[in-house]
Design a protein around this ligand. Structure first.
Ligand SMILES: [Zn+2]
Length: 436
C-alpha cells in the first residue's frame, strides 16, 4: 500500500472499516474484549444490522427466486433468458442495471468513493444442454432440480444481498457491482468474468464470487487449467486394399500411450485427463481424421506448461512412429496439431489480504469455520491479475452438482447470506452518516 492511497480520505475510511471488522465481533460478550468504542464494529452499525435482519424475514422470497431462476434454462452460451429475469429482479431491488456485450447482468450500487469498485458475482450458466428438464421439485426446504445449487444458490444470494442492502438504505464506501455473469462452466472459459475484469480493471479492488451452496470453504487459490485438442489427419483409405498407409487413429493411440505415461508430481498436484476421443467413419476404412481432448490442471503454472509441451511432443512422436512403420507412404502423410481450447490462469490470494480478513471476521460473526480451498472458479481471473478475490458457497447445503440429481436444502441459508454480506461490506466499507 502506498502513502498516496493513505492520504485519500475515502480509502482511509474504507480501510478503517475493514480493520474494525477484523476485530473480534463477539468481544462485547467476552471478558477479554479489547476496549473499543460502541458502534465501531461493522455489525454494530444500525443499517448493517437492518440488512442482516432482512434475511430472516425474507427466506421464503429468496427460496422462491432460486426456484424461479433455476427453471429458466441457461445452457452454455444461452444465458440470455435467465439474464433478462435477473436484470428485472436487480432493477426491482433499486439498482441501475445493464447487460454488457458479453451478456453479463451488472447492477450498480454507487458508493461514496466511485473510483473504487467491489464486484459481487454469481454465474448464470449451467452445464445442462438445451432440452434438459430443469423443473424443480420442492418439498419444504428441499429442492431438487438440475442447476438448483450450482448456481441457483449463488444467484438467489446475489438478489438477496442487493435487496437487503437497499432495504437498509446502506451507503457503501466503494461502489458495489452486483454481477450475474455468463460463461463460467465448461467451454465458456470464464468469458463473462474476463469481460468484467477487463472493463473495470483500473477501479476493481476486490471480487466476491458466490458459487454453489455451503459455508464450509473459501476458495482463495485459483487452480490453473488448460483444455487441449490434438488433431491428426491423413489421406484415409480402404482397410484391405490400402493396408500399410499411415493411420491417424494409430498415430493418436501411439501418442496417447506415450502421453499417459508422462510422470506428474504429487506436489504441486498436477493432473491430466483424456476426456474425449473421436475419429473414423467406419470399421473397414482407414480414417482420415482422429482427435483427442485433454484437460490438464496444476497448482503450478510451470507444471502446466510442461504438461502441455509433453502432449505436443507425444503427439508428434506418435505421428513419427506411425509414419516410420507405414509400408506405403506414397499416398500422403499425416499432419498434426495441438490446439488450446481454453485456459484458466492460476493465482493466489495473499494470506494477509483485507478480503480474507473480512471473510474471517464474517465467519466469526456467524459462528462458522471454513477451510481454504484451491479450485477453478470465476475468481481465477481477478486472482491471476493480482486483484483480491474469493469464491464461497452461499449457504444452505447441496449436492449432485452437474448431475440431474442435483439438490439443495435451504436449512441454514441465513448464516450463508449473512456471511456473504458481511464479507462484501467488509471490503466495500460502509460510508459514515452525517447524522444518526
Ligand atoms: Zn458453479
Amino acid at each position: 500500500m502506498t502513502g498516496k492511497q493513505w492520504r485519500n480520505p475515502a480509502v482511509k475510511r474504507a480501510l478503517v472499516c475493514v480493520i474494525l471488522l477484523n476485530m473480534p465481533v463477539r468481544s462485547a460478550a467476552s471478558p477479554h474484549a479489547p476496549h473499543q468504542a460502541p458502534g465501531s464494529r461493522l455489525s454494530d452499525n444500525a443499517r448493517v444490522r437492518a440488512a442482516l435482519d432482512w434475511f430472516a424475514s425474507n427466506i421464503s422470497w429468496v427460496n422462491d427466486q432460486q426456484v424461479r431462476l433455476t427453471e429458466i434454462p441457461a445452457p452454455p452460451f444461452q444465458e440470455a433468458p435467465r439474464a433478462a429475469a435477473v436484470k428485472e429482479l436487480l432493477a426491482e431491488a433499486g439498482l441501475s442495471v445493464q447487460i454488457d456485450r458479453a451478456g453479463n447482468v451488472i447492477g450498480e450500487l454507487r458508493g461514496a468513493n466511485e473510483k473504487e469498485i467491489v464486484v459481487l458475482a454469481a454465474h448464470l450458466d449451467t452445464v445442462f444442454p438445451p432440452g434438459t428438464d430443469v423443473n424443480v421439485h420442492r418439498s419444504g426446504n428441499r429442492m431438487d432440480g438440475p442447476g438448483i445449487s450450482d448456481n441457483g444458490t449463488g444467484l438467489a444470494a446475489l438478489l438477496a444481498l442487493a435487496r437487503a442492502v437497499q432495504f437498509a438504505r446502506l451507503k457503501t464506501q466503494r461502489t458495489i457491482l452486483f454481477v450475474a455473469d455468463v460463461g463460467e462452466e465448461g467451454e465458456g472459459n470464464l468469458r463473462g468474468m474476463r469481460a468484467i475484469v477487463e472493463a473495470y480493471r483500473a477501479k476493481l479492488k476486490a471480487a466476491v464470487v458466490l458459487d454453489g451452496s455451503g459455508t464450509d470453504h473459501v476458495t482463495t487459490k485459483a487452480l490453473a487449467s488448460r483444455r487441449l485438442e490434438a488433431l491428426i489427419t491423413g489421406p484415409g483409405g480402404h482397410s484391405w486394399s490400402d493396408f500399410g498407409m499411415p493411420n491417424p487413429i494409430n498415430a493418436l493411440v501411439r501418442g496417447a500411450v506415450r502421453f499417459i505415461n508422462t510422470k506428474v508430481p504429487a506436489s504441486p498436484r498436477t493432473t491430466f485427463n483424456i476426456g474425449q476421443v473421436e475419429g473414423g467413419t467406419s470399421v473397414n476404412s482407414i480414417p482420415h481424421e482422429a482427435r483427442l481432448k485433454v484437460d490438464i490442471r496444476s497448482e503450478s503454472e510451470d507444471e502446466l506448461a510442461r504438461l502441455e509441451s509433453a502432449l505436443r511432443e507425444c503427439i508428434a512422436a506418435g505421428v513419427r512412429d506411425e509414419m516410420e512403420s507405414a509400408r506405403d507412404r506414397s499416398k500422403g502423410k499425416l499432419e498434426w496439431k495441438v490446439e488450446l481450447l481454453g485456459s484458466r490462469p492460476g493465482g493466489e490470494l495473499p494470506a494477509d489480504s483485507a478480503l480474507l480478513a473480512a471473510l474471517r471476521a464474517a465467519d466469526e460473526f456467524v459462528g462458522n469455520q471454513s477451510r481454504i480451498e484451491r479450485s477453478s472458479t470465476d475468481a481465477n481471473i481477478p486472482l491471476s491479475l493480482g486483484i483480491e478475490a474469493i469464491s464461497i458457497g452461499a449457504g444452505g447445503s447441496g449436492g449432485g452438482a452437474h448431475s440431474l440429481q442435483e439438490w439443495y436444502d435451504a436449512a441454514g441459508r441465513e448464516a450463508g447470506l449473512k456471511r456473504a454480506l458481511l464479507t462484501l461490506l467488509g471490503v466495500s466499507g460502509v460510508a459514515e452518516e452525517k447524522s444518526r
